[in-house]
Ligand binder design. Structure first.
Ligand SMILES: Nc1ncnc2c1ncn2[C@@H]1O[C@H](COP(=O)(O)OP(=O)(O)OP(=O)(O)O)[C@@H](O)[C@H]1O
Ligand SMILES: [Mg+2]
Length: 143
């Protein structure tokens, strides 16, 4: 049997209730297995041809929105004493999640089954659907 040790758990978040619940599960698992979390958000990509000063202006705005989005997760993890590190990406979220899982050698991805868009009727959001199919490690989706 393969030994399952969750040394590094990737937690991609989008500000949704489902990803807050995923953070509770991922944090609990990290504490139980003596591992750590990698908190990840992927924000919109700004086209390179947009030029200055607009590029910098948009980048500053996206960075501050991302800081605000991540703040409640940070607070929760800090309060619970869960060790974590943070990554911010700016591409296709599913692709970014799979890339980070691969490059940083994560043992598990824990994410919401749905996200901020919360389209009714779908079993999975498009990001969790793609990650479940493409991630290099096991994926746990949280309702
Ligand atoms: N931009 C993102 N950065 C990091 N993680 C994300 C991002 N978007 C979604 N996720 C993760 O994926 C989970 C599922 O969200 P997903 O986007 O698949 O569903 P949705 O928003 O309901 O539907 P969709 O976006 O496909 O219309 C979220 O709970 C979160 O864990
Ligand atoms: Mg979404």
């Amino acid at each position: 049997m393969q030994e399952l040790r969750f040394r590094k758990i990737l937690l991609p978040v989008d500000g949704s209730e489902a990803s807050a619940r995923a953070a509770e599960v991922a944090g609990g698992m990290a504490l139980a297995s003596g591992g750590e979390l990698l908190l990840l958000h992927s924000h919109k990509h700004i086209a390179d041809f947009i030029g200055e000063p607009y590029y910098q202006h948009l980048l500053d705005r996206l960075r501050s929105e991302t800081r605000a989005l991540l703040a409640p997760y940070r607070e929760r993890l800090d309060a619970a004493g869960v060790p974590y590190d943070e990554r911010v990406m700016d591409g296709d979220p599913a692709q970014d999640i799979c890339t980070v899982a691969q490059v940083e050698d994560c043992d598990l991805v824990v994410m919401g089954r749905h996200g901020a868009a919360g389209v009714a009727g779908l079993l999975l959001g498009s990001v969790s659907h793609k990650v479940a199919g493409r991630a290099p490690c096991p994926v746990l989706t949280v309702r």
